[in-house]
Write a new protein. Sequence first.
Length: 181
Amino acid sequence: MSEVVVAKRYADALYQSGNEKGTIDELVEEFRTLKTVFENNQQLVPFLSHPRLSMDDKKAFVAKTFNSCSVLVVNTLKLLVERHRINLLPAIVDEFVDRVNESRGLGEATIYSVRELSSEELSNLEKSVAKRFGKQSVIFTPVVDPSILGGIKIRMGNTIIDGTISSKLERIERSMKLANN
């Protein structure tokens, strides 16, 4: 079974459980924090996957290390360790957050610009992007990227809207090369 399918199944189960208990917002917050912890500590997954460490020791480590998290989060981590799928945590978190956002009509997008955008500019872009993608609202993660020279690029899921000067120059260059051949 592919990792994406497995991640979606775990995310769906987490969503259903969180929805039943009314703890969706808390779960999103905790899982986003966990994803950051696992991304910043590259030795965590290999440690929790090491064959010489007993399963009881791994679970005890998870329980002790993540004791400030909710029971559902700790139990999910233990289950992932037990089933040798702890490496899927970032994908599961992404799928879970996508599922929550989808249920609320929200979208998350990264917006690249050559300078920091004002709140008014972001608000106007949010309205037009939300309308284009059929969402109630969009949450932007702004990224300043001087290499784009000007304009903006928006990435939402697998879709990229590229209105940057650098990409327009690249298209012109390609068309000129094709014309010369």
